[in-house]
Ligand binder design. Sequence first.
Ligand SMILES: NC(=O)c1ccc[n+]([C@@H]2O[C@H](COP(=O)([O-])OP(=O)(O)OC[C@H]3O[C@@H](n4cnc5c(N)ncnc54)[C@H](O)[C@@H]3O)[C@@H](O)[C@H]2O)c1
Length: 429
Amino acid sequence: MLKVAVLGLGARGKNYGTHLAKTDGVQIVSVCDKYQVKIDKVKTAWGVPDKACFTDEKEFFAQGKVADLMVIATQDRDHYGHAMQALDLGYNLLLEKPVSPEIAECLAIEKKAREKGLKVLVCHVLRYASYYRRIKELLASGVLGDIMLIKHDENIAYWHFAHSYVRGNWRREDETSPMLLAKCCHDLDLLFWFTGSKCKSVSCLGGLYHFNAEHAPEGAADNCFDCKYNKTCIYDCRYQYVGRNKGPFKGIHKFLWGTYAFSTSRKKKDILNALQNDPRGKLWSRCVYKCDNNVADLQTLQMEMENGTQIVMTANAFNEHDHRHTEIRGTKGELYADDMGSVIKLKLFDKCTKRIVVNIIPVIKGHYGGDEGIIKAAVGLLKGLDDKEGRYTWIKDTVESHRIATAAELSRHQGGRRVDMSEIPDIQE
Ligand SMILES: NC(=O)c1ccc[n+]([C@@H]2O[C@H](COP(=O)([O-])OP(=O)(O)OC[C@H]3O[C@@H](n4cnc5c(N)ncnc54)[C@H](O)[C@@H]3O)[C@@H](O)[C@H]2O)c1
């Protein structure tokens, strides 16, 4: 029986734990979250006895090593301390991304894991999704020839951006991470994986352009409930989280999944009560132009990889839907891919091949199946299976995406200066 301990029972930890609890041969033996209510939601379903449930991380770690694997799904700036303690105790880790906003901490985790011979798999779940795997397979097959150019857009829906990066958990880079790391370390990891090459240089422009006081409508209140624009503003919290019965935006954009962040129930009255009266819930009824956010809402990057591939990447908050769009130009063909609908189109330059739809991958919930995929990978590895295809997201590979994000942020704060990757610390073996 493979034993697992889970630290952090928010959206991610609960998700991974639920997949693990359903996996044959796996037993969740201990959990820890600051909030008892989060433990109560899972302990019976996962079969964890009360004595192995903790609200204090010190007591949780003081048990010593009670499992083969620890899932670490706390917030970005807590990963380092938690990962180092767990490695010291001899745990293999399934560690949420970003590993840490500080590159020195990423490198320290990698070093300790290597020295102790422990496995650290980072939750870059997209690599385990069939849609992204298919793109990687096509590139690796050589059908496109040499990869000359990649254009990749991380299009974040306006309502998702407002929820997470203006009002919510990832609004301040000093408290969590810069947006490029929090949201786009997945994209940077995919680009590193697609090209099979480290990055040579990066330049980046961007900043917080829209979600600031300058763009607040005349006379807007601090809070949606008191605001004269609350029938027409697309960021009105009732429009976002419970939908409207009448008016210009009738019925649309019920952003129910976002309510996990502040409401324990999905009933309309409970959501509204949290938004209006709960100290935490009230964060999500703040005017999006009057929050204490400081992360960028628009960034453009230019990257040159060591193998010569050039990459243009964008991340922005101004989209109706969340979707990543990727175009790849090779010496023998071009590829268009969009994860909205999971469609991949390939056009080869030889005369007999017309534009063909290569694949429409079934759209699976949970990062296109990546959430479940990484759990299967982690369990398989601990049971002794090999990473035959070399596609797993080891901490060693993850460091590159975090180095690129570090370089891009350095560039952005210096007006787009071209940053050579030799300026950013790397793994010293
Ligand atoms: N892999 C992905 O695609 C993906 C997607 C979203 C978020 N994330 C990352 O996953 C991590 C968790 O995100 P989330 O959305 O689950 O956040 P969350 O805030 O919902 O969950 C974090 C949980 O950790 C608990 N916690 C925090 N500090 C603790 C401590 N010291 N001791 C015990 N419990 C503690 C909190 O009470 C909370 O329940 C973040 O680092 C985030 O950036 C990854």
